[in-house]
Design a protein around this ligand. Sequence first.
Ligand code: SAM
Length: 279
Amino acid sequence: MSQIDDLPPLRDVIATHQLSARKALGQNFLLDLNLTARIARVAGDLSGMDVLEVGPGPGGLTRGLLSEGARRVLAIEKDARCLPALAEIGAACPGRLEVIEGDALKVDPLAYLEPPIAICANLPYNVGTELLTRWLTPPEWPPFWTTLTLMFQKEVAERIVAQPGSKAYGRLALLSQWRCDAHIALTLPPGAFTPPPKVSSAVVHLKALPEPRFPAQQKILERVVATAFNQRRKMLRSSLKGMAADIEDRLNAVGIPPTERAEQVSLEAFCALARTFET
Ligand code: SAM
């Protein structure tokens, strides 16, 4: 048995360090180490990789990542109460776990990690989509990470993998699928967490493509998509009217009927439309 398997059960860790869950920090803990190892395995072979984990809490997923062989884990946690529990994990695998007390929205992980880098987290729901959007829109592509393995509320996970024609299809699906392969790897009921959240959760796996699936300039694509979905029930000739006086001609030129609504339009067609705005 490795030292990490000798650590006490997470229920005992939580009791010892008095880690009662705080709603304001989005704290819903995973206490089943079989489950956290399974989530770590969704990330793929971690043996030659550094892993960024946001919000380790008492360290269930951290233990999974380390026991599944991650080269090093950088864990960024806002709640100082969790640090002693995380220090015990660090002591069980010397040199492989670095913990930073702080806000993941403010820490630059590249100061600590070396490629190849995987990101794996049971995200605090209040910052989850903001972090995902940041990771998906870096200044340059490919990004600093190769894969994202992230727990979200199931409804958010469905928006990431949604296809045209579904209610969940929108900005997040287009942004995610433009430069990544994305799928839902696991769905978990509320009872998998302590305390149980109100809704089900899902683990999404995103793998960065070396290049965007279809050419487009990021800022332009984002603007076209945001404008189209701002009024998702309207026909595109009307929702996109403000972007160009000749919007109908542009839509026709790329094969999108001007009477179509945003949720019917494929990623490929949105990219083609965005290219008409390039100078
Ligand atoms: N990873 C643990 C698990 O699976 O049991 C805890 C997951 S819990 C859903 C989210 C964790 O993120 C909490 O420990 C919370 O304190 C932490 N957190 C919340 N906001 C954060 C932020 N802005 N930066 C870093 N950690 C944050």
